[in-house]
Design a protein around this ligand. Sequence first.
Ligand SMILES: Cc1ncc(COP(=O)(O)O)c(C=O)c1O
Length: 308
Amino acid sequence: MNTADLIWLNGEFVAWEDAKVHVLTHALHYGTGVFEGIRAYETEGGTAVFRHQDHLNRLENSAKLYYMDLPFTKEQIREATHELIARSGFKSCYIRPLVWRGYGPMGLNPLENPVEAMVAVWEWGAYLGEEGQQNGVRARVSSYRRISSDSLIPHAKASGQYLNSVLAKIESLKSGYEEAILLDDQGHVCEGSGENIFVVKNDVIHTPPQTAGILDGINRKTCMQIARDLGYELVERDVARAELALADEVFLTGTACELTPLREIDDIEIGPPGPITREIQRVFDDALRGRAPQYAEWLDLVPVPSKA
Ligand SMILES: Cc1ncc(COP(=O)(O)O)c(C=O)c1O
């Protein structure tokens, strides 16, 4: 992991090794944090953060759902992120903002604990590997169900909730697969441990709806729009587990994995990435890297600091 020299912590730029919190930080004990995963890409016009405002809006929504006010405005976090990227010298990077309940009373009631914030950036390649992105990955259906809204908040990207994804990920890796697909509480296909899922059958693209307990993925929305703009029929509906194995094509989307095809589920071959997956992947890649003028509004260019 190639990290920047600095981290933005509670309004200050501090050295990477000095970005510390107290061991009684509430979030460390109870998972009371919310975060984002964002990427910035090298484009012809300079480094650009992909759908930055959408990520900041989701961060604010996640905080709201856990009774936290952002301690800085979204614009302050956006500008701090720009400065961090500019000072890191990275042309492309992964961006991790985190907002959490800090050191204070140690009970379950977090409402008296301070809300803190940080942003870190580092260089991070293809999350499921270059090879996986090109040729597809193997996944299993997890024995863990995705969290549901009767016990947690699938719409929030909250730290403690990720124990669910962590267990599913470990289970899949230990049993020899690269990724886990979680079913929702009804037994329908929900999503990957950190990705949304799309299933192609007879030229129609299907993806589970928000009511299936998915995280409302920003790259999911991006690929939905791209698919519709390309003229494909795209349906949000419940997807049965067997439809994965019987699909013509299956692919995953997320900030970390971008668009990664699934070539096998539960040891049943789906096949190499198909033409619809390839086409959406190509346009998506163009959009991320500023080669698709029709999607230029998704790019938040990092200002180049003046030399003066
Ligand atoms: C559980 C989960 N689902 C889906 C996604 C995809 O969301 P996005 O496209 O906004 O990165 C992520 C990644 O953030 C995730 O952690």
